[in-house]
Design a protein. Structure first.
Length: 638
């Protein structure tokens, strides 16, 4: 790749340091001198610019010159990698003390590895890298602020930004990874065994954190008695080379993705364990002794073969995060897990009244995902009362395979800080928009996905005045299973959807012109449907130029031959100043879903599992539509 030109380098630098403002006159010369030393290398420019602009608190002119004089001439003369590392060192040493170990911790992960944000934050917490003396402080929120600060300083690269602006994960630039691996080795912070380092050569070293990235390694277990963290990224090591049961002071054990791992009977003796990650392994059972792990904070059992949790799990009083599969049988007494903040994929099939009531004791829950397949309707009231007690709830996902959704009921009073509300299945529905979905009850709601039998203009208008709504997915459910033509919503207010970036109107007669001029100023992605027959209507308006931020349009044209409608639609899209990408849906033998900024593999697993459990077979295929923004998931089903 060619180095950036002076002009492009200047634009990249000034955008990062000064945002939309121009460079102050007193800093013009020093800026030019710094750019010369960066030599047109993007990473150098971004690193220096991020250091100078951190937290919107620009450094003084004297500090700029101090930085300039500290940078050598290697980049401008021979593009020396050593000089690039020196620039990165400036950024590292400029980090506050609490961020340095968090950055070094990333050396645990292999090169180009996608590091999931939540996994990383819970590991930081388990390692004691995120800590607060204030009892009311949320450690997860604090860890999330650390993550965001590293992204803002350009020390890590954000990937998978969703419609709400949340970052799904990160990667570490190769040169940054080289630097932090070197620093970690010098400080004995992390010991890495990979293709280049297959053995620990220093016999006196006490391994604190071990990352195994290659199966052909030589590990002396006797030297591991002090190990506090073990991360394995290859399947063939566990049980053959490693004797994990001897690591008595282990705090973090992460075996995610190790397909050969099936027996973890030893974990009940690892009394100091705080993080246990078995995601994607073939583990079938947890030992009853797991109840002894009184320090355990995170238990990740997603995509394992565990179908019944031992009754002793409810003794884990410090547990904050629990991931299970939706067909995993939970023991009674779940209400004793009073520290839980995250409970994902909880299946409610075969649960009794006592279990529903105990859910209400989990008052610290922020994130709850429920699977209500085969759910006994007599327990609905108890479940709703329990959810009412979870006053800190921020995210609620509910899956019902088919039928009327009667929980939450019309009388539900949602927690006011609820930010995400998703009803996953398009085969389950509410008769009408629940009355509790309104601006006064849900002032912070930013993500809503729902299916209705009756969709009225006033419903769309009500959703449009939700002050924080960023994503709206509203589907029409037809009991007749036939293509349905509805009148386009007639919206009147120009202040609708002030924050919305994605609107998906599925099966609802809608066109972009339904948005009044001035509405939806931030809308980037729009999915809508209209009948091909409408094209002959004199008053049909497909215009979308009044939506200034539009980047992507998805459309379903209802009914048969639609050549004239297609031509009209394409002409309208081409007339938009942003030239948004157009994706036209067609009728075919596929179940077709469009997702925005959602991890492909996890969605594939979620939907494939649902189909399989209800007698359908499917072959998931991930089809890229627009890199890093969206993807299309097709399931040819029988």
């Amino acid at each position: 790749m060619k180095h950036l030109s002076d002009d492009v380098s200047r634009v990249l630098f000034c955008k990062r340091v000064f945002y939309k403002k121009g460079c102050p006159q007193e800093l013009v010369q020093v800026s030019e001198d710094i750019l010369k030393k960066c030599g047109g290398i993007p990473l150098a420019i971004i690193s220096i610019a991020s250091l100078l602009a951190n937290n919107n608190q620009r450094k003084t002119k004297d500090q700029w010159y101090t930085l300039l004089n500290s940078i050598g001439r290697g980049l401008t003369e021979d593009q020396s990698l050593e000089e690039m590392k020196n620039i990165l060192l400036f950024s590292y040493y400029d980090l506050p003390s609490y961020l340095k170990p968090c950055l070094l911790y990333l050396s645990i992960f292999p090169e180009d590895h996608k590091i999931v944000r939540d996994r990383l934050i819970w590991r930081w917490i388990s390692e004691g890298l995120v800590y607060s003396d204030k009892q009311e402080t949320s450690l997860y929120e604090l860890g999330n602020s650390y993550f965001n600060e590293l992204v803002n300083r350009s020390m890590i690269q954000a990937i998978g930004i969703d419609v709400q602006g949340n970052v799904e994960g990160c990667r570490v630039h190769d040169m940054v990874l080289d630097l932090i691996c070197s620093l970690s080795s010098e400080e004995n912070f992390v010991t890495i065994l990979d293709d280049t380092r297959r053995k620990i050569h220093n016999s006196e070293i006490k391994v604190r954190r071990l990352s195994i990235q290659n199966s052909k390694i030589d590990v002396e277990t006797t030297r591991m008695k002090h190990i506090g963290s073990l991360s394995v990224f290859t399947s063939d090591v566990v049980g053959k080379v490693l004797d994990i049961s001897s690591f008595q002071v282990l705090r973090v054990l992460d075996l995610e993705g190790c397909k050969n791992v099936s027996d973890v009977g030893y974990v009940g003796n690892l009394l100091h364990l705080r993080y246990l990650g078995l995601n994607g392994t073939r583990v079938k059972d947890l030992p009853m002794e797991i109840g002894k792990l009184q320090f355990l904070l995170t238990l990740d059992l997603w995509e394992t073969r565990i179908r019944v949790l031992p009754s002793s799990v409810v003794q884990l009083r410090r547990l904050m995060c629990l991931y299970v599969d939706d067909d995993t049988k939970m023991p009674s007494g779940i209400g004793k897990l009073a520290s839980l903040e995250v409970l994902m994929n909880l299946g409610l099939s075969d649960m009794d009244l006592d279990f529903m009531k105990e859910l209400g004791h989990l008052t610290k829950l922020r994130v709850l995902k429920l699977d209500c397949d085969d759910f006994d309707e007599s327990l609905v009231k108890a479940l709703e009362e329990s959810i009412n007690n979870i006053y800190k709830l921020e995210s609620l996902d509910v899956y019902v395979i088919h039928g009327l959704i009667n929980c939450p009921s019309e009388d539900w009073v949602p927690p006011p800080q609820l930010r995400r509300l998703v009803f996953w299945s398009i085969e389950s529905w509410f008769e009408t928009l629940p009355s509790w979905i309104n601006p006064s009850s849900l002032p912070l709601l930013s993500y809503l996905q729902i299916t209705l039998v009756k969709v009225r203009s006033e419903d769309i208008e009500l959703l449009g005045i939700l002050p924080a709504l960023v994503f709206l997915g509203i589907s029409y459910y037809s009991r007749s299973k036939e293509a349905h033509e509805m009148e386009a919503p007639d919206l009147s207010s120009d202040v609708l959807f002030p924050c919305a970036t994605v609107c998906r109107f599925i099966g609802i007669g809608a066109v972009p012109s339904m948005f009044p001029l001035g509405a939806a100023p931030r809308l980037k992605h729009l999915l809508f449907a209209f009948s091909a027959e409408w094209i002959s209507h004199e008053n049909l308006d497909l215009g979308m130029r009044h939506l200034p931020s539009l980047q992507r349009v998805e459309v379903s044209i209802i009914n048969a031959e639609a050549n004239e409608a297609e031509a009209a639609l394409r002409a309208t899209v081409e007339d938009h100043s942003n030239h948004p990408i157009l994706h036209q849906g067609t009728k075919c033998s596929f179940l077709s879903f469009s997702f925005f900024s959602i991890s492909g593999p996890s969605v594939q697993y979620f939907l494939a599992n649902k189909f399989r459990r209800h007698g359908l077979t499917c072959a998931p295929v991930l089809l890229p539509i627009q890199p890093r923004q969206s993807s299309k998931l097709r399931f040819p089903c029988r």
